[in-house]
Design a protein around this ligand. Structure first.
Ligand SMILES: [Cu+2]
Length: 187
C-alpha cells in the first residue's frame, strides 16, 4: 500500500500531515543567518546554537538550547565575545553605548540597557526554542544602534533564572549558565 493510500484511509488531516511534513520542516528550519553562536554551559559542553538575522529595525536571535533548568531564563547581549567558564565573567557586562548610567529592564521606565532581551522558557526536559528580537542592537552598524560585531565582539548569555525586567543590575536573573560568542557567518 502506498503512503498516499494509507493517508487517504486515515483521513484528510493525515494526508496533509504526511505529504506536507518533510517539505514544511526543511523550509521552516532554514534561516539565512547573518551570524551564529555556539552555546556552551558552565562545564564547557555544547548545549545549543543561536542564529542571528539583521533587519532594518534590529536583530532577531533564534535560540535552540538543551540542558537548561526547566522554567524561564533571562537572556542578554553581553559586551565582549569571550565565553570562558565556569562563570563567563570574560563576557563582561551588558552591551551598551551610553556614557550615562545603564538602567536595566525592558519594563523599567528609565531602562536604557541595550543588552536587554525577553526571557526564554525551557520545558520539563530542559529544552528551549525561541526567537527573540532586539530593536536596540545591530550586527554591523545598521541604523546607529549598539553594534554587536565590533572590535571585541559580543556574546549571547543565558542566565539561571527569569529576568524581572525591572530590578538592577540584571533583573534578578542570577548566574550565567550558557554563553555563545557571536560570529559573523561566512556566506
Ligand atoms: Cu546577562
Amino acid at each position: 500500500m502506498s503512503r498516499i493510500a494509507i493517508a487517504a484511509a486515515a483521513g484528510a488531516a493525515s494526508v496533509l500531515a504526511l505529504t506536507g511534513t518533510a517539505a514544511a520542516v526543511s523550509q521552516n528550519e532554514r534561516m539565512a543567518a547573518d551570524a551564529t553562536a555556539e552555546l556552551t554551559d558552565a562545564r564547557g559542553r555544547r548545549i545549543g546554537t543561536v542564529q542571528f538575522s539583521e533587519s532594518a529595525r534590529g536583530v532577531i536571535a533564534r535560540i535552540e538550547a538543551t540542558g537548561l533548568t526547566p522554567g524561564w531564563h533571562g537572556v542578554h547581549f553581553h559586551e565582549r565575545g569571550r565565553c570562558e567558564g565556569p562563570g563567563f565573567q570574560s563576557a563582561q557586562g551588558h552591551v551598551h553605548h551610553l556614557r550615562a548610567p545603564v538602567v536595566h529592564g525592558l519594563m523599567n521606565p528609565r531602562g536604557n540597557d541595550a543588552g536587554d532581551l525577553p526571557n526564554i522558557h525551557a520545558g520539563p526536559g530542559g529544552r528551549a526554542k525561541a526567537e527573540v528580537f532586539s530593536p536596540f542592537v545591530t550586527l554591523r552598524a545598521v541604523g546607529g544602534r549598539t553594534r554587536l560585531l565590533d572590535a571585541d565582539g559580543a556574546a549571547l548569555m543565558i542566565h539561571a533564572m527569569a529576568d524581572d525586567h525591572r530590578s538592577q543590575p540584571i533583573g534578578g536573573s542570577g548566574d550565567r549558565v550558557a554563553c555563545g560568542v557571536i560570529r559573523a557567518s561566512r556566506r
